[in-house]
Design a binder for this molecule. Structure first.
Ligand code: FRU
Length: 486
């Protein structure tokens, strides 16, 4: 182990001593301790799926980036692995920033952005280069140096590499000289020598100055480009309200050509925390996305004294609907976590009536099928993370706005987000409640809402309720969920 990795591991071990697990995930990926952001280097290698992530092992704040690492044999049960990469050479002295991985025979190739702060590092000026590291076990890496030099301006990062035909392809996010968010395309025969092909995408929104963590793939016969548009504009309306927002466009693309947008930008998720998603192809050919639940802009309650910050959202299988929208549903393997399931059929609730579904529900999945046609209520839904002090997070249908609302009325980190509901008279919701988060999937995953939610002390209940009318509920299932740690 290098000195840098040894020091990072020791600092992380010390921080772990102070870990407060009240909000630490039971079935989501998080670091042993410390800060995490973007998922990196997703791949299947040596019989396991690997998720690396941006990691500050010594602190709950973003800082010099390392790559943390977890792996899994089934995409559900994860095990912590040693820290994979630490800043150790001049070109990555300011952090081993985000990137991706590919596997060729017995070798894993990891591409990341070497960040180097300019001057004394006080400002935002940086030199960003695309760098390579290789591994034969997915655990220990050898840095191979720079493969693409900095273009001469500051923001140039987050390489995503894939194979197509007989060539390797890479896209990199760049902020142009005019301050526009662009995606640059490179190709290679051997993963070491890369040729610049062209700019394949420039965000049509002139206020977007950077498109972080781009990912480009073919899905159901069309092309999808995922990215995180950074803008100076104030939020307005329901979408893009977070400090960092992830979304996608759908269109046409082929090597050598520009990406042609056919379906305009849409958010990937409507909650408070879903950013920097990266996708991988599973061995059986599914396109699965991991996204980060955390925040750069508002401090999180877990950062103050709990010794950790940030987790991954549940892995989501992506498909494309006939009208060119992404459908993101929790991967079916997650059903393995269910135990002690309880069912209710044909429940009618009068206005302002509550039905206790589970009195101790720290880690549960709730499946809910509501008959909106037969219901007169204006709001029908669940209070999750419902604690004895009366606080909780509300997830439900709101008939006035015709939206699905996630309203954190918890003791800390409050706030509302909502997603459009365009389905019919029967509304299906899947709600995953972990110790510090809530994820809501509408229908088959047409929309989702993902937010960290930090409940107060005491047991956390799930309660069904409605207001201003009756609710007809066809079916409710509450599954207690097992630990997702190996
Ligand atoms: C996105 C991001 C990336 C960068 C990394 C640094 O969240 O800003 O663009 O590589 O985080 O941690």
């Amino acid at each position: 182990m290098t000195n840098e990795l040894a020091a990072a591991t020791e600092a992380n071990r010390v921080l772990e001593q102070s870990l407060n697990k009240r909000w630490y995930p039971t079935f989501h990926i998080a670091a042993r301790a410390g800060w995490i952001n973007d998922p990196n280097g997703l791949c299947y290698f040596n019989g396991r799926s690997h998720v690396y992530f941006q990691h500050h092992p010594a602190s709950t704040q973003w800082g010099p980036m390392h790559w943390g690492h977890v792996s899994s044999a089934d995409l559900v049960h994860w095990r912590h692995e040693p820290i994979a990469l630490a800043p150790s050479v001049e070109e990555d002295s300011g952090g081993v920033w985000s990137g991706s991985a590919v596997v060729v025979d017995d070798v894993q190739y990891v591409f990341y952005t070497g960040n180097q702060w300019e001057g004394d590092g006080d400002g935002d000026a940086k030199i960003q280069r695309q760098m390579l590291a290789t591994s034969t076990d997915g655990i220990h890496f050898e840095k191979q140096g720079v493969v693409i030099e900095a273009p001469g301006y500051s923001d140039f990062r987050d390489p995503k590499v894939w194979r197509m035909g007989d060539r390797w392809h890479m896209i990199v996010a760049a902020s142009s000289q005019e301050g526009r968010g662009q995606v640059w395309h490179y190709t290679s025969d051997d993963l070491r020598k890369w040729e610049f092909e062209r700019v394949i995408f420039e965000d049509p929104d002139p206020d977007v100055f950077m498109v972080e963590c781009p990912d480009l793939f073919e899905l159901d016969g069309r092309w999808v480009l995922i990215y995180g548009p950074m803008t100076t504009r104030r939020p307005s309306g329901y979408a893009c309200r977070n400090g960092h927002n992830a979304g996608y466009v759908v269109g046409r693309w082929e090597p050598g050509a520009e990406f042609v947008i056919e379906e305009p930008y849409r958010p990937l998720d409507w909650g408070h925390h879903y950013y920097a998603p990266q996708t991988m192809e599973t061995p059986d050919g599914r396109r699965v996305a991991f996204g980060w639940m955390g925040g750069f802009t508002l401090p999180l309650a877990s950062q103050a004294s709990d010794g950790w910050s940030g987790q991954m959202a549940l892995p989501r299988e992506l498909r494309l609907s006939a009208d060119g929208r992404l459908i993101a549903s929790p991967i079916q393997e997650l059903d393995q976590l269910r135990r002690d399931s309880r069912n209710w059929e044909s429940v009618t609730l009068r206005a302002d009536e509550d039905l206790m579904l589970a009195s101790d529900a720290a880690a549960v999945e709730v499946e809910l099928e509501l008959d909106l046609e037969a219901s007169s209520a204006e709001q029908i839904g669940l209070l999750v993370h419902a604690t004895p002090d009366g606080r909780g997070t509300w997830v439900g249908y709101d008939d006035q706005s015709r939206r699905i609302v996630l309203d954190r009325r918890t003791a800390v980190d409050r706030g509302v987000r909502s997603a459009p509901y365009e389905g019919g008279g029967v509304l299906r919701l899947r709600v995953f409640v972990d110790r510090g988060s809530v994820e809501v999937f509408i229908g088959d995953g047409a929309e989702s809402l993902s937010s960290l939610s930090f409940p107060s002390d005491g047991p956390r209940a799930v309660v069904l309720s409605c207001t201003m009318g009756d609710a007809t509920v066809n079916r409710i299932r509450v599954h207690q969920l097992d630990s997702g740690w190996e």
